[in-house]
Design a protein around this ligand. Sequence first.
Ligand SMILES: [Zn+2]
Length: 313
Amino acid sequence: MKRRLFITLLLAAVISCTGYGKDIVGQSDVLPSASTAKITSGTAKVQSETTSTTKAAASATTSAANIETTATTTAETPTQAPTAAQSNEAAPAGGGAAAQQPAQQQEQPQQSAPAPSYTPSNTTAPSPNDSNYGAAPTVYNYDGMTYIQGVLIANKSYSLPAGFAPGLDQTCLNQFYKLQNAASQQGLNIWLSSGYRSYDYQAQIYNNYVARDGQAAADTYSARPGYSEHQTGLAIDVNQIDDSFIGTPEAVWLENHCHEYGFILRYPQGKQDITGYKYESWHIRYVGTDMSYAIHNSGLTLEEYFGIDSYYH
Ligand SMILES: [Zn+2]
């Protein structure tokens, strides 16, 4: 009995040992190559996905920045109903990017790279042609500036930081050239007299006017530094920058057609109490064609259209 049991056990041990050995050999033969293949294909996949992941991360970061700003704005101005409404509008874009990312992370959980750090820039103003432009909340602050429906506001109530120096916006300039060409086809001569003006340059201009006419008078036609629309890089003065331009064929054409190129006549006649400035037939502001048509067709000033004021607080 004992002997049979021993043999049986020995046999079982040998079989089990051989089987085990086979398994080990099998595993050591197969596993490394299989896992190598897996890793290789995984790496290829990772590489091919890195670009889209980075894009998604960047877009998510931007959305996050927007949402964060919205939250800040909401916190600062809890009575702003449009802000709350707009954050709903912004949600699909942010939500889309967010929904996309977890799916990718599930495929490559080890690829949850840290989101690139967001560095706000105060040298580049978002323009109506930026891809993120449409998702902008109704009212939000960005680097100390105020945007309403994507339009950077600069008037007596809404200032710009001294360091904000974007230069003349290229889209604005290109659109001005189109406007200029269209006018010239009507035999009209419209030229750019003053475009972008830095904070310091505006300070010089304003101080000269104050010295000449006194501050009260200067404030009716010249902006204090940090309050000039010319510092946005989105405003242009054409031709003679004085009342002699009023009523010229160029001025009449400009008033009736500048919106076709994305501009609005910023300081119309009889609106001084609203815009804060006397009639300036020569000053146009680029807002993009969606907005310029809407504002032009409304017959309102920018202030009235957005429901904001313009006076030094
Ligand atoms: Zn101007």
